[in-house]
Design a protein around this ligand. Structure first.
Ligand SMILES: *Cc1c(COP(=O)(O)O)cnc(C)c1O
Length: 389
């Protein structure tokens, strides 16, 4: 774990998960970055310090986490936030009143709520279109468009956005292209390589992976964008505490191992569910029946552990989520433990019913976050639960 290793971009991603961003602790040589639980730093004299003056502006534990995730995404700059939505907020603060945003209609419910109920009130205008329909994205662009915002795969419909084609649209419009990469993680998809300007994570999910903190991250390769994001991170102040950064950094060390297992379990369970007579449809990009499976194979190297299933009857969906034993009924996703949720009444309750209908997000849709447990146990649990519906 030398300094040279820390910055080595030629290392493969599983090696980077463990080593990137980590520099030996200068005091004792601690292998793990210490939790610098401090709000301020002593100054040697007026205007003389070790590069650290105040905890909101800089913190060594936070910097290690930021360098680590930036390296995983192939980015030069990482910025940690107090939540995924605080990271979304920082992106929108790059804009000014009168600017226009083209956004995927099936983004995370809280992202949609922030855009329509907070930023629309402040004079930013939004067009929500099917991010999987490249022509619709291009058509929505206006001379005022300053940001194209996408999530891929989307939550919970698992719809994909063509990253290369959308980056091209944004570039021609001289707009920023931001991608929420929370579902795929840098293990399976790296939007900067397809031309995105900004990548966003809710680190609450797979990057931390243990359901024990809330956080967000922005990554960019553009020095000009990084400079503005750094100003907003400090100027708006939605920074995470050092302990949460340390938890996030501990989480990313096992990201490669965890994602491999989420992916293997996801593929098996998606296939098993797609053959179950009580399941009308399974939404999972790894299934050949997914309408954008070819695109998934082009821009993703794995499909992960998120899937949704259509049960055709709201009462059946309500019963199903109540009787699983291993799958816990809870919001959130991306942890080692399997979770089950009902998007229409939980994560996406803040999305207007007409928009939910338009995207196919019905009251009988159930979302699974497949954990890293034994796939046979997970299938047995789903089997007994479906038998009761
Ligand atoms: C959870 C989530 C967010 C919001 O992140 P928080 O950490 O909950 O603020 C944004 N995007 C996606 C895809 C998410 O799953």
């Amino acid at each position: 774990m030398t300094k040279a290793l820390e910055g080595d971009r030629s290392l493969r991603i599983a090696t980077r998960t463990v080593h990137a961003g980590v520099v030996p602790d200068p005091l004792a040589g601690a292998v793990m970055p210490p939790i610098y639980q401090t709000s301020t730093y002593i100054q040697q004299g007026l205007g003389q310090n070790k590069g650290y003056e105040y905890g909101r502006t800089k913190n060594p534990t936070r910097e290690a986490f930021e360098r680590n995730v930036a390296a995983l995404e192939g980015g030069a700059h990482g910025f940690a936030f107090g939540s995924g939505l605080a990271a979304v907020d920082a992106i929108l603060k790059l804009l000014s009143a009168g600017d226009h945003v083209v956004c995927g209609e099936n983004v995370y419910g809280g992202t949609h709520r922030q855009m329509t109920l907070i930023y629309a009130r402040l004079g930013i205008r939004f067009s929500f279109v099917d991010g999987g329909d490249t022509a619709a994205v291009a058509k929505a662009v206006t001379p005022q468009t300053k940001l194209v915002y996408a999530e891929t795969p989307t939550n919970p419909m698992m719809r994909l956005c063509d990253l290369a084609a959308t980056a091209d649209i944004a570039r021609r419009a001289k707009a920023l292209f931001a991608v929420d990469n929370t579902f795929a993680t840098p293990l399976f998809q790296r939007p900067l390589e397809f031309g995105a300007d900004l990548v966003l994570h809710s680190t609450t999910k797979y990057l931390n992976g243990h359901s024990d903190m809330v956080g967000g991250m922005l990554i960019t390769n553009r020095d000009d964008v990084a400079e503005r994001v750094a100003f907003i991170q400090n100027g708006s102040g939605a920074v995470p505490g050092p302990f949460d950064c340390w938890l996030g950094l501990r989480g990313t060390k096992t990201l490669a191992l965890r994602m491999r297992q989420h992916d293997a379990n996801g593929r098996r369970i998606a296939e098993w569910l797609s053959k179950h007579p009580k399941v009308q449809q399974v939404y999972y990009p790894g299934l050949p029946s997914h309408p954008q499976h070819d695109l998934a194979c082009r821009q993703m190297s794995g499909f992960g552990g998120m899937l949704s299933l259509e049960l055709g009857d709201p009462a059946r969906a309500r019963k199903f989520v109540a009787v699983t034993r291993i799958f816990a009924l809870a919001e959130s996703l991306g942890g080692v433990e399997s979770l089950i949720g009902h998007p229409a009444s939980m994560t996406h309750a803040s999305v207007p019913p007409e928009l939910r209908r338009k995207m196919g997000l019905t009251d009988s849709l159930v979302r699974l976050s497949i954990g890293i447990e034994d796939a046979d146990d997970l299938i047995a649990d789903l089997d007994q639960a479906l038998a009761q519906c």
